[in-house]
Design a protein. Structure first.
Ligand code: TMP
Length: 205
């Protein structure tokens, strides 16, 4: 059986990741594929506890924060992502390892290489086949959010600027894995650009 496709969506808060991942998952489903749509942090029972702790719990150090995200990712990959891919199902996730590299590595200043190594260890090296980066000025993205801001949304503009730059730098360094799209474009144009990139990754029928 061929392994499913693994696609992650990345970008700042409010860039439209969930809208676009939902649209892509629906399109793949309409093509007759079986799709698992998921997210980080928090899409397992343990993950929900970790998400609450890392986003709304007591103050934690940057290293503790990085380890909590890595623990969530390790468990998510072990119990959801890898089993689905091995069953031949596609996995579409809102956020994955590049979020840790950008937010903890650059945003919190822990170092992009070190945080990438931590996540690669946590996931036994599992990388997406495609990462869609929805690029947006953080001032615009954060302005779109509603509800009580989490720990990261409360962090300063400077952190969010570093996060954006790090996502873009990673995308430029690995254009084989990344597709970068301007998140201010109309949602249907963004969705079509994503489908155009995904089509050649699908096995011929
Ligand atoms: P979201 O569920 O609304 O996308 O929020 C997730 C928040 O968690 C977002 O502010 C970014 C942050 N985050 C990290 O800092 N590191 C990570 O590894 C992940 C997955 C998310």
């Amino acid at each position: 059986m061929t392994r499913g496709l693994f696609i992650s969506f990345e970008g700042g808060d409010g860039a439209g990741k969930s809208t676009q991942s939902r649209a892509l998952a629906q399109w793949l489903t309409d093509l007759g594929r079986t799709v698992v749509r998921t997210f980080e942090p928090g899409d397992t029972a343990l993950g929900a506890v970790l998400r609450q702790a890392v986003q709304h719990g007591e103050e934690v150090s940057a290293r503790t924060e990085a380890l909590l995200y890595a623990a969530d990712r390790a468990h998510h990959v072990d119990t959801v992502v890898r089993p689905a891919l091995e069953r031949g199902q596609d996995v579409v996730t809102d956020r994955y390892l590049d979020s840790s590299v950008a937010y903890q590595g650059a945003g919190r200043g822990l170092g992009v290489e070190e945080v990438e190594r931590l996540s690669l260890w946590a996931t036994e090296g599992l990388l997406p086949d495609l990462t869609v980066l929805l690029d947006l000025d953080p001032a615009v993205g954060l302005g779109r959010l509603t509800g009580t801001p989490d720990r990261m949304e409360r962090a300063g503009d400077e952190l969010h600027r570093r996060v954006r730059e790090t996502f873009l730098a990673r995308a430029e360094a690995d254009s084989g894995r990344f597709l970068v799209l301007d998140a201010t474009r109309p949602a249907d144009e963004v969705a079509e650009a994503i489908r155009t990139r995904v089509r050649p990754l699908l096995p011929a029928v």
